[in-house]
Ligand binder design. Structure first.
Ligand code: BGC
Length: 768
């Protein structure tokens, strides 16, 4: 800070060189007057900027009570009581006010009646769309298309801001490797790099070109940090992530969005190795503020501050406020312990007024950056929700997120010989459930289901017969299955839409069994026995254990809950108007017991050779060491059902002629990797070309593979393209034995391929 001030005075002096002494003195004394402002806010980076001056000016006029009021966020409740609290300057932000008239009414009280006229920041969970619902984030990640994900977040921001919402609690970039955890649905999957790329895309989309644009909404990176590693996949559970893994796996997406200007961060519910995030000075101060120089605002999760009491980390609400603010939290979501206790804590010297000032600076800075002081009200009257271009973008997102897992004998796309289609299953016409989790504002009346879309878009070409079979995904009654089977017998092809209802994934919706629920297994079983081609379409919030169903189906399309436009997109995919290109953003387990499962696991000392004996082949009374003493499951075998990055197309691609620009590189070098990609099939299609790296030997064990880049390449049949990746050697850095982020010289392998399990490879060396 001192250096910034000196620099400021220095430049004032330089600027003043051509002026008269009188002018010089005036300017320099003006500069000196501003100095205390610069000192007050620790987080301020561009301290000379108008925003910082405004923040400081306002801060000076605030009472301690008013400052603490800014640190208080409440949810929509009794409006009269809220109005009084707003007028008294006791509310800095509100969540869940989505009626624009009410937004304006409350805002008017803040701006016109509260002593300082500080606007309230209106917030909401706009996670994968506001009214127009896009695929759940896990589905968006399957597109491997950051531009499309950015566009989706932009649509969400335009719609949400039109109702007065200026802050969303997204992106959720918790690296998620355990499909039992219901919140995997909200994440971008298991990979740190993919979460980082998609998180940055969402931040850009939500925040637009400039935060102060009326259609921009502040993003919130959540949940900081490690929440995705909740033990046993059970929500809110403890995590045990050592610092190196935290830094190598869980922190990188957060660092990426912080650098991309993500306006806010949210602390997570979990305690990591005994320290709840909301009271964790290491992550909130040492890492976020000091290492990353973050000047945004930090909010707690819903009551995560007062949950430090049941955690056994704080004895009462007063200690909650003390520990949270001292750890670096700026705003408390809903539990009110700050408002209740901070004045006392400051008087007792347990929390410094400087800490309060810092928090308030971070909050006010955001409000200024959002332009809330200049334009606090929302323009009402003109709805932008469900605009045709929003629906078109949502459809495109589904088209690219659907993953073709199997396509025996090219059953798909449905050809001209198909005259009658049987549509069955609980997800064929489930307008609420296909929206997925966290779709608070999506309205099922606007959902376009597969059944409706097939009838509307293709009903003139084929006859569509429908029998639901099961009323909903958990339905255990089997009587409907017989009806579905009899309808299926009349058709040329059977389309079975199964999966999970929306309520089976998301927050607090963890499962210990991730098979298809209810009688869905029996439904697929019965349909597979009638001798008709069976196409199974699965809509879910997580990868399910669907080995049997894949086996029994001729073709399988996996669609994470696709949102409003799921139907039309799936209809076009089934009929080949759109060629699938999605890839799995998470590893699909064969059995739940394999969890957590992820491709980027460390090398063990006992990698399986593939020759180990599996459970059905073990002779009775076999000797203890006769199976092969390696790291595998006797019953689940060696690998997953589908690896990370997996997905087929209606066409085929060939990888050839991989070449490296050099075999040896210095640490400041860049490796160029090229490969020829050919579309060897009959359809124009898009392949997601993936680049993985292995660091063969490190001062600590390293992952067997790590994703370092990907590209979507669209080719016409027969077309060949040279695909090029430039990989800076600095991207090979990691937190090593000395807890330093470095590139360690040595040998590496690089792969280019169609998924994390296949590809062409070559070796190179990094030298000092
Ligand atoms: C969730 C957050 C969410 C918040 C506000 C919490 O329960 O964990 O992700 O943003 O509620 O609704």
């Amino acid at each position: 800070m001192l250096s910034v001030c000196l620099l400021f005075l220095f430049s004032l002096e330089a600027f003043a060189q051509n002026l008269t002494v009188k002018h010089k003195l005036k300017i320099i004394s003006a500069g000196l007057c501003l100095l205390p402002f610069f000192w007050a806010c620790d987080g301020a980076k561009e301290s000379a900027s108008p925003v910082e001056a405004q923040v400081e000016n306002l801060l000076k006029r605030m009472t301690l009570r008013e400052k603490i009021g800014q640190m208080n966020q409440v949810s929509l409740g009794n409006v009269d009581e809220l109005a009084v609290a707003v007028e008294n300057g006791e509310i800095g932000s509100m969540l869940n006010v989505t009626d624009p008239e009410l937004v304006n009414r409350l805002q008017r009280i803040a701006v016109e009646k509260s002593r300082l006229g500080i606007p309230v920041l209106m917030s909401r969970d706009v996670i994968h769309g506001y009214r127009t619902i896009f695929p759940i984030p896990l589905g968006q990640a399957a597109t491997f298309n950051p531009q499309l994900v950015e566009d989706g977040a932009r649509v969400a921001a335009i719609e949400a801001s039109s109702d007065g919402i200026r802050w969303t609690f997204a992106p959720m970039i918790d690296v998620s490797r355990d499909a039992r955890w219901g919140r995997m649905a909200e994440s971008c999957g298991e990979d740190p790099y993919l979460n980082a790329v998609m998180g940055v895309a969402m931040v850009k989309g939500f925040q637009g070109n400039s935060l102060d644009n009326a259609t921009s909404i502040a993003a919130c990176a959540k949940h900081f940090v490690g929440y995705g590693a909740s033990e046993a996949g059970k929500d809110y559970n403890s995590t045990f992530i050592p610092e190196r893994t935290l830094r190598n796996v869980y922190l990188p997406p957060f660092e990426a969005v912080a650098k991309a200007g993500c306006a806010t961060f949210m602390t997570s519910f979990n305690d990591n190795d005994g320290v709840p995030s909301t009271g964790n000075t290491f992550i909130l101060k040492d890492v976020l503020r000091n290492e990353w120089n973050y000047d945004g605002m930090v909010v707690t999760d819903w009551a995560s501050a007062t949950e430090m009491i049941p955690h056994g980390f704080c004895k009462d609400r007063k200690e909650v406020a003390e520990k949270a603010v001292n750890a670096g939290v700026d705003m408390e979501m809903v539990s009110g312990a700050f408002l209740e206790n901070l004045e006392k804590l400051v008087k007792e010297g347990k929390v410094s007024e400087k800490s309060i000032d810092n928090a308030v600076c971070n909050i006010l800075r955001l409000k200024y950056r959002l332009g809330l002081f200049d334009a606090p009200y929302v323009t009402t009257g003109q709805s932008v929700n469900y605009a045709p271009e929003h629906l078109a973008k949502a459809k495109e997102a589904v088209e690219q997120s659907v993953i073709l897992l199997k396509n025996d004998k090219n059953v798909l796309p449905l050809g001209g010989n198909v005259r009658t289609i049987a549509v069955v299953g609980p997800m064929a016409d489930a307008p609420h459930d296909q929206l997925g989790t966290w779709a608070f504002d999506g309205e099922k009346s606007h959902t376009q289901t597969p059944l409706a879309a097939l009838r509307e878009m293709y009903g003139d070409k084929v006859q569509i017969v429908y029998e639901q079979g099961l009323a909903y995904s958990r339905d255990k009654r089997t009587d409907g299955i017989y009806k579905a089977v009899s309808v299926a017998r009349k058709a040329d092809v059977v389309l079975a839409f199964v999966g999970e209802e929306a309520i089976l994934s998301g927050e607090a919706h963890s499962l210990a069994d991730i098979n298809l629920r209810g009688a869905q297994k029996q439904l697929i079983d019965a349909l597979s026995n009638i001798g008709k081609p069976l196409v199974t379409v699965i809509m879910a919030g997580r990868p399910l254990t669907i080995g049997d169903e894949v086996e029994k189906s001729d073709a399988v399309l996996y669609s994470f809950h696709p949102g409003t436009m799921g139907g039309p997109a799936l209809a076009d995919i089934l009929f080949g108007k759109v060629v699938p290109s999605g890839k799995t953003p998470v590893t699909f387990p064969k059995m739940v017991g394999q969890l957590p499962i992820y491709y980027a696991h460390n090398h063990t000392g006992r990698a399986p050779s593939g020759k180990e004996t599996l459970i059905d082949d073990i002779p009775q009374e076999a000797g203890q060491t006769s199976l092969g003493c390696t790291s595998f499951y006797m019953d689940a075998g060696f690998g997953p059902l589908f690896p990370f990055g997996y997905g087929l197309s209606y066409t085929t691609f060939n990888y050839d002629k991989m070449a490296l620009s050099a075999g040896k590189l210095k640490k400041d070098g860049t490796l160029t990797v090229t490969v020829d990609l050919t579309n060897t099939g009959k359809y124009a299609g898009t392949e997601i070309v993936q680049l993985y790296v292995r660091d063969k030997v490190g001062t600590v064990t390293r992952p067997v593979k790590e994703l370092k880049g990907f590209q979507r390449i669209t080719l016409q049949p027969g077309e060949v393209k040279s695909v090029r990746f430039d990989l800076p050697v600095s991207d090979l850095s990691f937190w090593n034995i000395d807890m330093k982020k470095v590139v360690e010289p040595g040998e590496f392998t690089v792969w280019i391929g169609t998924n994390s399990d296949e590809g062409l490879s070559a070796d190179f060396e990094v030298v000092d």
